[in-house]
Design a protein around this ligand. Structure first.
Ligand code: SF4
Ligand code: FES
Length: 392
């Protein structure tokens, strides 16, 4: 049977909408970066190099509207993050609002600004889970990496309060060349703190972290040892501690499926209300991101905005991704890393061995890993930079 012209038109429209609305349903979990302000100065910060100033942050009422809208369109979980989310005075009010809207709430924090009283208010407001980042297992290295005195001691205290308040705890340990030797102790620390989950998160190198790559990049031998330790601990601690493991993809042959693929499973909202396909997306110049302050709904932005559709699926790919059998498995790796290392986000992520740039870039990283540079270029919110060498 022949298809009448109007029917084929509507088929085309349906096909088009399927490429967005139907195929890419609203994600179940959303990251809310409620502020970029942060008392720590981590040299591996993954937030964009240009941070949103506090005057641009969404107001309490605007965040509440966002939270209600997210619950309405089917989001189930929100992660309050930053910067440091506890730097916002209205955090308890926002958690309460999210909770009342039926959302599961997680707090991703460095913990150094929390008091027991405030944590208890957050628990009363309905907070469901706490994730605390650690920079090591002892004050010397942990405080030096964070650029914050007595931070480590404070984190241990807050972790203890978290469990006393019967909130589930995740330890997020950011690993690199200067602290990987502490991994067995970090696993033990997580057990002692009664954490449910440990994230062994090797640093990824875009944003600020790229400036400190030479001081952070692990050696191949360190990474092999790290993988061995994680595998052994996973087996030994089954049922006690779940361990997530993120490897730096510089040493892999194929890149990670970053964000589960651009615009497929994830979005986050920046302090100023931009809806972003990943937390580092603003590091890609030339992309315009829609704001929750615009006339568009969040669902419309997710489904239709140019930034989400630019690298969605496989249609945008160049060679070698374009004709590669893995293109629907890793979606060409990480767009932010491709941009940071090649200047074009549509290039194959150089973490892939098939990228023509892989050899050059990754040989250089390997040399850096074998080098002696331990000096950090710290990130600080006032816009300045501080340096610290081996003896700081
Ligand atoms: Fe993935 Fe592209 Fe590499 Fe193929 S060429 S493995 S699709 S990044
Ligand atoms: Fe942005 Fe990978 S961090 S796509």
């Amino acid at each position: 049977p022949t298809v009448p012209p109007h029917a084929s038109d509507s088929l085309a429209v349906l096909e088009k909408s399927r490429s967005t609305a139907e195929t890419f349903g609203i994600p179940l979990a959303v990251l809310l970066e409620i502020t970029h302000r942060c008392p720590l100065q981590c040299p591996y910060c993954s937030n964009p190099v240009e941070l949103d100033r506090s005057g641009k942050e969404l107001t309490t009422e605007e965040w509440k509207k966002v939270l209600s809208e997210l619950a309405e369109i089917g989001v189930l979980q929100v992660h309050f993050s930053g910067g440091e989310p506890t730097a916002r005075k209205d955090l308890v009010e926002l958690v309460k609002h999210a909770s009342d809207a039926g959302l599961y709430t997680n707090l991703i924090t460095s913990a150094v600004l929390l008091t027991r009283e405030r944590l208890s208010e957050l628990a009363d407001a309905g907070l469901c889970h706490v994730q605390i980042s650690f920079q090591g297992v002892e004050e010397g290295i942990a405080d030096r990496v964070a650029g914050y005195k007595n931070g480590h001691r404070k984190k241990l205290e807050v972790a203890k309060w978290t469990r006393e308040l019967e909130l589930p705890l995740t330890v997020n340990a950011v690993m690199h060349r200067q602290n990987l030797h502490q991994l067995p102790d970090i696993i033990q620390m997580s057990i002692d703190l009664d954490a449910d989950r440990l994230e062994v998160a090797n640093v990824q190198y875009y944003g600020w972290a790229l400036k400190n790559r030479a001081a952070l990049m692990p050696t191949v031998a360190q990474l092999d040892e790290c993988t061995r330790i994680v595998e052994e601990a996973r087996e030994r601690l089954k049922g006690t501690l779940a361990i997530d493991y993120v490897v730096p993809d510089y040493y892999a042959l194929r890149p990670k499926k970053c964000m589960g693929g651009w615009g497929r499973q994830f979005f986050n909202i920046s302090p100023a209300g931009k809806v972003l396909p990943c937390h580092a997306a603003e590091s890609i110049t030339g992309l315009e991101f829609e704001s929750v302050r615009s006339n568009h709904s969040i669902a419309w932005i997710w489904q239709n905005s140019d930034a989400f559709n630019r690298y969605r699926g496989t249609g945008w790919m160049k060679e070698p991704c374009k004709s590669c059998e893995f293109r629907e498995i890793d979606f060409g790796g990480c767009r932010c890393q491709a941009f940071a290392l090649t200047g074009d986000a549509a290039n194959t992520d150089p973490a892939c061995a098939l990228s023509p740039l892989h050899e050059t870039i990754f040989k250089q990283a390997e040399r850096e890993a074998e080098g002696e540079t331990n000096r950090f270029l710290y990130r600080n919110f006032a816009g300045g930079t501080l340096e610290s060498g081996n003896d700081a």
